[in-house]
Design a protein around this ligand. Structure first.
Ligand SMILES: O=C(O)CCC(=O)C(=O)O
Ligand SMILES: [Fe+2]
Length: 345
């Protein structure tokens, strides 16, 4: 009997029709033709033991500093079982912001990674300047989404590289990809037109699979996503040195971290160097998603057009905004009403 796996609290059925292991492509790491074929057929390539561990460990060390600063590590925890035992009761899902541009660049700029992307694109590759070092405590996960809705303002020739910064078996909440979800399909076709950073509060809100969803998330029910597509969630026991590279259009999520330790990983994005770059992720201090209008107070400020305090603005505008939002929601059947026309690949 395999140990229970969950994602966002939902049990992941490990029947062979619903859950499987990633296909490995490690021996083809330098073969652009095979990598491209697999990206096109599978939506991902998974390469074992191809990255420079020294560089990964340097970033891991910086994340350890951040964890100490956050007082997230249990001093009495079992260090032999977990690199970073989590303080009991800790609830943590965070992008580690103490890691400088240069330090991140050392990782994303490592020759091994560039060689892989050079092979994939058949030309010089570059990473977006911004990358996401993540620290994830017990019980936490990322919900199903496609990266395209967050990064659609540059070239469509863009891929995510998700890199574990420690050994991450299934029980520690690693990444999973929904099989064949990168192909055009009726489920994500409209969702993929969304530009998550352009949505107002109500545009970003909808129901999916019986749950309230907000922003760029596709669904909060990974088990229902799997049933909807009729394909499997694919993951693996990741080890330090591995990388999974996947399509912007592939649905992915993470398993819940069911261990007593903290999960650390980093994700970065790569594209051909000469292609247009999404301006949100350019430069030493990229704005990333900070301009996003994600809360109702920000939305209220925006619609009043003045620097009112959020509550005052809400009092003025609440009635009409709720009404408009409900009408807009009822009046459309697609998951989001965003203008996603530009740059659709
Ligand atoms: O590691 C995570 O929690 C989320 C990863 C992810 O969504 C990505 O790499 O695109
Ligand atoms: Fe993602």
């Amino acid at each position: 009997m395999p140990t229970t796996l969950t994602s966002n609290g939902c049990v992941i059925d490990q029947d062979a029709t619903k859950f499987g292991r990633l296909r490995e492509s490690s021996e083809h790491a330098a073969d652009g033709t095979v990598l491209r074929e697999r990206l096109s057929a599978d939506g991902y390539v998974f390469l074992r033991d191809v990255l420079d561990k020294q560089v990964l460990l340097q970033v891991q060390g910086l994340i350890a500093d951040e964890l100490h600063r956050l007082d997230a590590i249990d001093p009495d925890g079992d260090r032999s079982a977990h690199l970073f035992p989590a303080r009991p009761g800790l609830s943590l899902y965070k992008v580690a912001d103490n890691i400088s541009h240069e330090e991140r660049r050392a990782l994303t700029g490592q020759p091994a990674l560039h060689a892989i992307f050079h092979a994939i694109f058949g030309e010089e590759a570059k990473s977006l300047d911004y990358s996401w070092p993540r620290i994830v405590g017990p019980g936490r996960s990322e919900q199903p989404h496609c990266d395209w809705v967050f990064m659609r303002r540059g070239t469509p020739r863009l891929y995510t590289a998700w890199i574990p910064l420690m050994d991450l078996p299934l029980s520690h909440g690693p990444l999973m990809v929904l099989e064949n979800s990168h192909h055009d399909n009726p489920h994500t076709r409209r969702y993929l037109r969304m530009d998550a950073d352009k949505l107002g509060y109500f545009d970003a809100a909808r129901f999916k699979h019986g749950a309230f969803v907000h922003g760029g998330c596709y669904s909060r029910r990974p088990n229902r996503v799997c049933e909807e597509f009729g394909t499997r969630w694919l993951s693996t026991d990741y080890r330090l040195g591995d990388v999974i590279i996947f399509s912007m259009r592939a649905l992915h999520a993470t398993l819940d971290n069911r261990s007593m330790g903290i999960r650390t990983s980093i994700d970065a994005r790569f594209q051909p160097a000469r292609d247009v770059t999404d301006p949100r992720f350019v430069g030493p201090h990229p704005i990333a998603h900070s301009a996003r209008d994600t809360n109702i107070f920000g939305h209220a400020k925006q619609v009043t057009g003045r620097q009112a305090d959020g509550l005052t603005a809400l009092r003025d505008k609440w009635g009409s905004q709720v009404q408009n939002g409900v009408l807009r929601y009822l009046g459309r059947r697609r998951p989001c009403g965003a203008d996603g026309a530009h740059l659709a690949p």
